[in-house]
Design a protein around this ligand. Structure first.
Ligand code: NDP
Length: 313
């Protein structure tokens, strides 16, 4: 078992966490980061075209590698693993990693654990997980070259995944429960212009079928109306892109969360209800959820932590 002490513990390694790492290192707080899966969700994205400073766009993993390298350059230390228990009842705070293989004592904590992919909640999703069902086109798309796949969802993520899969698969269905795409106009246009993508509007998934591997999906159009119509599509892959849920379970006993589970922060600050614990990025931001807004919030959390240490420790 290893024990660590730090002025600032950063939990999570997405754009918010690494940006907080850059700022707190440069403020000489000698921060420590528990990385989880290094790079967070952006390790599973393809090209990012809207992060300022990359005029030609950048691949998600490459950008995260840049952010990590920049934070390490200023002295951020990292340990791999998942936080399994926290005690925020008094300062200094105590955090256990991987069930106690590491313990950390920290004067301040920045929570930047991001969010994880949501599933529909069908039993069949678990049955075919890894053999047809995936929540990451970038990770698993390769297995569906020249095959038929479906993407569930109508947001930017779903459009991005459908476009990526269209470069590999022979056909891509998008299963969209409303009669419109929620995605940005630009992404909508790219999807609608792509000949390999067929958007099934007003459609929901009832189940999946197949003997050893996934062979298709049972769908319904206009569910719950007199026009309801059940039909099947033959697919080899079923990709979920219906949003995310914040990774806050472990903080629940101490940190105030909203009804969707996001960390509640005070006004324009990154302060949580526990003085000395701050939150940044998607874990505390149900609204914007962009890499650049997460990075900005990581900067604010670092500055809030620095001020807190000046005044309180
Ligand atoms: P969103 O919440 O924007 O979209 C989720 C989609 O999934 C919606 O179409 C929603 O339908 C659908 N959905 C949710 N639950 C179900 C369900 N149970 N059954 C069927 N469909 C369901 O999530 P995203 O992950 O797409 O995006 C999150 C944020 O990240 C957004 O702000 C987005 O703009 C941003 N983003 C930006 C990118 C970029 O700029 N490059 C890339 C990816 C994401 P409905 O509309 O009916 O609610």
């Amino acid at each position: 078992m290893s024990e660590y002490t730090t002025k600032c513990l950063i939990i999570g390694s997405g754009p918010a966490g690494y940006t907080a790492g850059i700022y707190t290192s440069r403020a000489n707080l000698r921060p420590l980061m528990i990385e989880g899966v290094p790079g967070g969700q952006l390790m599973q994205t393809t090209e990012i075209e809207n992060f300022p400073g990359y005029p030609e766009g950048v691949m998600g993993p490459a950008m995260m590698d840049d952010l990590r390298t920049q934070a390490l350059r200023f002295g951020l230390e990292t340990i791999p693993g998942e936080v399994t228990e926290v005690d925020f009842s008094k300062r200094p705070f105590k955090v256990k990693v991987n069930g106690g293989s590491h313990t950390v004592t920290a004067d301040t904590v920045i929570i930047s654990t991001g969010a994880s992919a949501r599933y529909l909640g069908l039993d069949d999703e678990q049955r075919y997980l890894g053999i047809g069902v995936s929540a990451c086109a970038t990770c698993d798309g390769f297995f569906y070259r020249n095959r038929v796949v479906a993407v569930v969802g109508g947001g930017d993520t779903a459009c991005e995944e459908a476009l990526y899969l269209s470069s590999l698969a022979s056909k891509v269905y998008m299963i969209v429960r409303k009669d419109y795409l929620r995605a940005s106009k630009y992404m909508q246009a790219r999807v609608m212009q792509n000949e390999k993508i067929e958007v099934l509007f007003n459609t929901q998934t009832l189940g999946l079928f197949g003997d050893d591997n996934l062979e298709g999906a049972h769908l319904v159009r206009h569910q719950g109306t007199p026009d309801a119509e059940n039909f099947d599509i033959k697919i080899d892959g079923f990709f979920l892109a219906i949003g995310h849920k914040p990774n806050t379970e472990v903080f629940k006993p101490f940190i105030e969360l909203d009804e969707a589970g996001y960390v509640v922060t005070e006004g324009k600050t990154t302060h949580t209800n526990v003085p000395g614990v701050f939150a940044a990025g998607d874990v505390a931001d149900p609204t914007y959820q962009q890499a650049i807004s997460a990075a900005g919030m990581g900067c604010r959390a670092a500055i809030d932590a620095e001020h807190f240490l000046l005044m309180n420790v």
